[in-house]
Ligand binder design. Sequence first.
Ligand SMILES: Cc1ncc(COP(=O)(O)O)c(C=O)c1O
Length: 399
Amino acid sequence: MLKLNRRIAAIKPSATLAADARATEMKLAGIDVISLAAGEPDFDTPEHIKKAADKALAAGQTKYTAVGGTAALKNAIKLKLKRDNNLDYEPPEIIASAGCKQAEANVINALFDEGDEVIIPTPAWVSFAAMVSLSGAEPKFVPCSEESGFMLEPEALRRAITTRTRGIMLNSPSNPTGAVYGPEQLTAIARVLVDTDIWVMSDDVYEHIAYGEFAPHLFHIEPRLKSHGIVFNSLSKTYAMTGWRIGFAAGPKEAIAAAGRLQSQNSGNPNSITQAAAIEALTGPQDALKPMLEAFRERNALVVERVRRIPGFRLPNIPQGAFYAFPNVSELLGSRFGDKQITDGDTLAAFILDEAHVSLVGGNDFGAPEHVRLSYATSVKNLNEAFDRIERAVAKLKR
Ligand SMILES: Cc1ncc(COP(=O)(O)O)c(C=O)c1O
């Protein structure tokens, strides 16, 4: 067996990307697969953002830039953090990376070490635990119950903290549950964390895809968290820019500088043309956001209604943000079709892909094996067709 680095050997490929890759393979083989697995908006990047990239290319902005992003991009991020989140950050407290994922991986690697624990409330996005493990630290999972709407309860958080706890990763709106923390819940969590030296990391990538009342940022609610807090965000979801690869982190300058040193050795600056497009996205007109949000809102209502009609699917919460539903499918566990037995969310997703040609992601890698994740970043027509197919496939299962 090939001997690999011990930490890399323990890493599995991202379950969401793997599900998407399998669906793509089937499509290439001529099978009409509908993907409800994608973690990306189905919209095109707004025209004015693409134009800014064209302009940068024509102007020859094709050279290396400062590792953590150009001064102009950092200023655009500073403006965004003030405008959207009412948070004050200066350029040395900001780093731009090739996607939020890279910003998170770099900051996590810079801050944590062997022997440290990082709290991850679950269900959680599949990459958080892998990124923490790669740093040498241990993910400490804190389950959030369906009854709480998949929200971290302050008491559970308090109980999970040990002398080894060095960080916590929060994500609202949540991938995969669509849960969104309100001001009271954020205040209660802040109260537990404020007098600790635990790094409080806030992944805000779905902030603009939220269907309810606007919730202030955790670090605005409790500004004292900023001295040990990191904001992570991305242009991927907000501006339909997943392929461009641009995201950022903001936090105390020593932490950001350490992540920058890692980025300088590992990868260097994010793409120069993308940076120019990102400046336009962050500082230009914001009117493309509203129609995208309204489309997601319409699909959200449809998905809630259709999921509830599938026998064996139970939706514990109405997603309030992001573009995912996370039904509980425990009633179907133990059922079979031919030689296929449904033992968890992953096997159900595989069955649905084979029988219905609809790709979902099983809940196992999100820390919730009795669930499946459905993304509604696709048209209403596709959604209706996908649900018709899922209903027919599930009806074949013998309990
Ligand atoms: C919660 C969460 N954080 C971060 C990311 C990564 O975003 P980016 O495309 O900016 O790397 C994703 C993508 O699915 C996500 O769901």
